[in-house]
Write a protein that binds this ligand. Structure first.
Ligand code: AMO
Length: 441
């Protein structure tokens, strides 16, 4: 039967998801729809293993329906009308005795990848066929988790009096300085893709007090690592009257909320538990260590890694530190010169800054700090960093309209997903990743 026949015969739409079928429906006719994961034919009897977004259902076919099923290519999309019955299978609570199979959309016989994951494909091939790759429950789970986390994040901010904002991604000049911007023609002048919402989120606290944004950053960096993309999602926040220590408290409790949520999601999965999900249950009630930059240098020197004061922490030193602090920890109070112009100096030691990075082992997840809100100091910091304050004119004037002191930070969402799912390549956590060699699909 085809979808046209189904239409003519007025076959009902789905009545149940696969995971909803249980013993209480025995004897009842139901309609399920999804894709054919497997067809097993043992002579007079056959089985279609039908998968939908919720899981798998075993369906049993005999006679004419079995005849139809034999010609259906795997991964085709079908409707199955069947009666729920008890099963001998240990893997399912019930099975369906098939009354009708309707093919809605036939899959090609030669698929580019095997979405069941039984035949392994490399990540590049999987990303080339991402829509199909997502039929693999393990892959799908990453994005279900991601969606759940986005909801937790939004709820968290609403509870803390933040409002969600959307700042432009097409901008007329560099948002933070630096040269890592994508540029393009914008009606006879140059436009850029925003490398972060930094300037806008700071401007918005002038009147909105607390704002957050979940949006892409675009960075024209020629990086070839497992943790860098050229387009990635960040959770940005900015709040008036908070200091960087308050901001660390806030981000720490957000991360703990997310860990708590991940712990719960792990229990929900039945047929396809998020078995790779790392919940870090033991960390939920423990404070994350806060280690100063200076302490990091001392510890690194003890480990034989010589770093001069004022130098940035290289990949190899972060890896060493990450062996000692192998979960979440903050590196705080960086030298001011290592930080962007908008970061505030420490009052008791102006060569140091009110700044922090949240690490997971060697992986940087968050960066933030107290912001400079004194416009004359902002101007001199811009000059010191070789940036012309003329190009920040629109931004700087906002600081003359009664700007409150404020703090903020940006959390790399894709990297956080790496930590939670245990995948070692950021591309696994992004639907359609963009890197130096990938711009499609
Ligand atoms: P920063 O540049 O440190 O800070 O970025 C914030 C966080 O974004 C993530 N991240 C990345 N993720 C994937 N691919 C990349 N290429 C990449 N680069 C960064 C990291 C990082 O911690 N304006 C400041 C934030 C602030 O102070 O509010 C900023 O852009 O997890």
């Amino acid at each position: 039967m085809t979808s046209d026949d189904a239409y003519k015969e007025n076959i009902k739409k789905r009545t149940h998801y696969a995971s909803q079928l249980s013993k209480k429906y025995i004897g009842i006719e139901v309609v399920v729809s999804g894709w054919v994961e497997d067809i097993r034919d043992i002579g007079k009897l056959g089985f279609i293993m039908l998968r939908d977004v919720s899981g798998l259902v075993q369906t049993v076919l005999v006679g004419e329906t079995l005849q139809t099923a034999r010609s259906i290519p795997r991964q085709s999309n079908v409707i199955i009308v069947g009666t729920v019955q008890d099963t001998k299978s240990k893997n399912f609570p019930v099975e369906l005795k098939v009354n009708k199979v309707i093919v809605l959309s036939e899959a090609s016989l030669s698929l580019p990848i095997d979405p069941t994951g039984r035949v392994e494909s490399n990540l590049d091939n999987r990303l080339d066929s991402r829509a199909l790759d997502l039929r693999n429950p393990k892959v799908q789970n990453i994005f279900v988790l991601r969606s759940g986390i986005l909801r937790v994040i939004r709820d968290f901010f609403y509870e803390h009096q933040f409002i969600e904002v959307n700042t432009p991604k097409i901008i007329g000049s560099a948002s933070e300085g630096g040269s890592n911007l994508f540029s393009f023609d914008y009606f006879k002048r140059k436009g850029y893709l925003a490398q972060s919402p930094q300037l806008y989120k700071e401007q918005l606290v002038l009147s909105l007090d607390r704002v957050f944004e979940i949006a892409p950053y675009f960075r024209a960096e020629n990086s070839h690592t497992l943790r860098h993309l050229n387009e990635f999602q960040s959770v940005d926040m900015e709040a008036a009257y908070l200091d960087y220590t308050d901001m660390m408290d806030l981000i720490e409790s957000l991360i703990k909320k997310i860990l708590d949520f991940s712990k719960q999601s792990n229990r929900i999965g039945q047929e396809n538990p998020l078995f790779e999900l790392r919940t870090f249950e033991e960390l939920i009630n423990k404070p994350f260590p806060r280690v100063t930059y200076e302490d990091c240098l001392t510890q690194l020197n003890e480990m034989g890694e010589k770093i001069e004061f004022g130098e940035d922490l290289s990949d190899s030193s972060l890896k060493k530190l990450g062996e000692k602090y192998d979960k979440f920890f903050f590196i705080i109070d960086w030298p001011l010169d290592l930080k962007p112009f908008y970061i505030h100096e420490k009052y008791d030691n102006p060569s140091m800054s009110k700044s922090f990075d949240l690490q997971f082992g060697y992986l940087e997840l968050v960066s933030g700090g107290t912001r400079q809100h004194d416009v004359s100091k902002l101007k001199s910091r811009l000059e010191l960093q070789g940036l012309s304050y003329e190009s920040f004119r629109d931004h700087l004037r906002v600081f003359e309209w009664g700007m409150p002191p404020h703090s903020g930070c940006g959390l790399g969402l894709d990297r956080l997903l790496m930590v939670l799912t245990g995948v070692n390549n950021i591309r696994e956590t992004v639907l359609y990743p963009r890197d130096t060699s990938r711009i499609s699909p």
